[in-house]
Design a protein. Sequence first.
Lengths: 320, 261
Amino acid sequence: MAEVLVYVDHVDGAVRKPTLELLTLARRIGEPVAVALGNGAGDTAAALAEHGAVKVLTADAPEFADYLVVPKVDALQAAYDAVSPAAVLLPSSAEAKEIAARLALRIGSGIITDAVDLEAGAEGPVATQSAFAASYTTKSRVSKGTPVITVKPNSAAVEAAPAAGAVEALTVSFSEHATGTKVLSRTPRESTGRPELTEAAIVVSGGRGVNGAENFAIIEALADSLGAAVGASRAAVDAGWYPHTNQVGQTGKSVSPQLYIASGISGAIQHRAGMQTSKTIVAINKDAEAPIFDLVDYGVVGDLFQVVPQLTDEIKARKG
Amino acid sequence: MSLRIVVCVKYVPDATGDRHFADDLTLDRDDVDGLLSELDEYAVEQALQIADEADDAEITVLTVGPEDAKDALRKALSMGADKAVHVEDDDLHGTDVIGTSLVLAKAVEKTGYDLVICGMASTDGTMGVLPALLAERLGVPQVTLLSEVAVQDGTVKGRRDGDAASEQLEASLPAVVSVTDQSGEARYPSFKGIMAAKKKPVESLDLEDLEIEADEVGLGGSWTAVDSAAERPARTAGTIVKDEGEGGKQLAEFLAGQKFI
């Protein structure tokens, strides 16, 4: 059976959920061979084996942390040369997309980004994508070379599928361009204790109607009652009420959770582009004409400062 | 010596319009207005600010696209760019991102550059990989997705805000930079700027000028193929209630029914 390279997104050896989802999709196409780079690469093996990786290729070197993107492209290319895979899959993070693109160009292959589903096909893997703010669904293939495809979080279920997960050291020789962009310093984000926005099963977002940074506390309280991530519309972020890392929409994150709760968000196209594929959508807005109500499964026309705290209290009461 | 800045911009369909695919599954440009991609305005703005800080700088704005794409160049010129290059050729129709990066790389090289600045992504294709491809093709450092950028003494520095961490980056020129929508609001063209833009030079190039063969680009030269495009079915109308004092509880009841509580 053909092998499929899976690029592992991990933090010091802790594998992030989108990579486990990738393994589910990779197994539809062939046998997953994982590539883990940087600090803690070897520690990823157990989780990857548990979810179907037959092999885990690992490499660590200071270059991975000290220089931007290119060292990882060099390493993934080394893995590609060693394995000759049927496809290369990566998560759709900003960095992994850049790695994917440069690899594709080097190996003479087409690239598809932001797939939301992947199936085996007669002419290679078929990727499903959302286009034009999710108003269209397209099916695409890579028609030249080995398909390089990045996949968005929440595109597949994480499935246990124990495999050997044999760890092998990957030999990497860095290219002359590897040290072109130096990372002078790195400041990790402070953890909020909430789920990662793009990976969360439930997202609670606030917009212009929240009307102030301090008022986001009621959005956060609702999120915490549901174990949800917190999002914000561009209007709220531009106003400085919530960090850009939490922005949902065209220029922020695109999310596809089981449940999306929009509070005080009108639902401009810019925002819809980032949340329209959510399974269940709920909105609270005082304007009955707000376009967000065209998308909802359930909508409440009312003052979010009344409705949201009541909802939070009711959820807490029901959860006991 | 003058700092040569090339800003790559894209002419895109208005995202607030009704965007469709044409019969050949490329973008239908006929039924929707086009404009300079909003995210590329940030690139033009940062180019103008970097040029202001430099002793001597020249900004060339570059696009690949049909005749109407000149509108995007005019907008950038009216914001303050010095000159424009428009790559236009019938054989470019249907070119994918790999092909576009080839055309841009050749055009950037022909123009001459110390610094290439791009937006973070287009508002139509939204891939966000073109700057990385351009850096790979040009063989220069990529300093991408910057929320802050500055150029001094032949070095570009910037801050890249990622999901897990915020990084300070540095590279020597020449380099390819991309900037996010957090890099600073783009200026509006002044009346004077709009008038001045009409007199600024726009150079037209075709594939032959760039020594690119027709089969390297276009739908036929694309390394990816779109097999189908279907309009997403409209979401079925949901339940809308007016809050009469129990709206939060009613919503909780709905969520419980859906097993979210």
